[in-house]
Write a protein that binds this ligand. Sequence first.
Ligand SMILES: [Zn+2]
Length: 304
Amino acid sequence: MLPVVNAAVVWLALLAADGGAPGAPGASKPKQGLVAKRWQAQRSPTAGPALSIGGTSLGCLQGAATLPASGPGYEALRLGRNRRFGHPLLVAYIERLAAAAKAAKLGPIVVGDLSLPRGGPTPTGHRSHQTGLDADIGYVAPPGLRAGRLSAVARERLGPLPVADPKTHVATPAFSPKVRALLALAAGDPAVDRIFVEPGIKKLLCEAPETAKAPWQARLRPWWAHHDHFHVRLRCPPDSPLCVPQEPPPDDGCGATLAWWFSADAEATRTKKKQAETAEAEPELPPACSAVLEAKGAVLEAQR
Ligand SMILES: [Zn+2]
């Protein structure tokens, strides 16, 4: 077991290094800074109706719902980042997962970033999470977390436990059948498009007889920097015509697809991706996002 303070440092480091390629969770880059700061400066959502606009790595969100800081089976962390906004379907998904995890005695779960109040790019952290359809959820809550009794300071400092080593992909003692059960619940929900997990965790799920042939196996996709949280991405909501869907996963993510993640080429690719991102020009958001950025804020419901 890692001391709590180490877990918090890991979670922060991970928030700073989440991902890479288009359509996957991705690290932001300095050139996006100015645009992202304008999105971050908007402290409240726009009025509805709720609309996810564009793609998760280049889009925005109208009419966001707020995830309450605490609810049955979950606690939201890092409220100071102001990223607990999502399409109402995402907030409903988290509440549904938390309730199911609680009923199965797997909880409490801890929730990290969703989106900024209007989605859009963030100056730090991810490239995705722009349309209110992405959420970071811990595999294992920090030890000692008492649901419903979390101080404001603890909420900012605590982080979930790593379940694998990000370099060797070997599971830590924090991995248990409960983590497998939580991922099965999370991925089994039909609202889910895909979930990014640590390659070592994906391997364990591909190998375990209970989960190897699970109908949701294809939704779990290996990705870098997901050793202490998994990243849920929902499908485009049916009432968001400007939402750009991702290609469906090409396979179950086991076999050759998974083997690549343990190769030297995977590490080299990660480095190349990071270099390419810093060299890229700043991409244009969909035109509909200008109105979202400039709209007057909705009156926020009392923060629960
Ligand atoms: Zn994420």
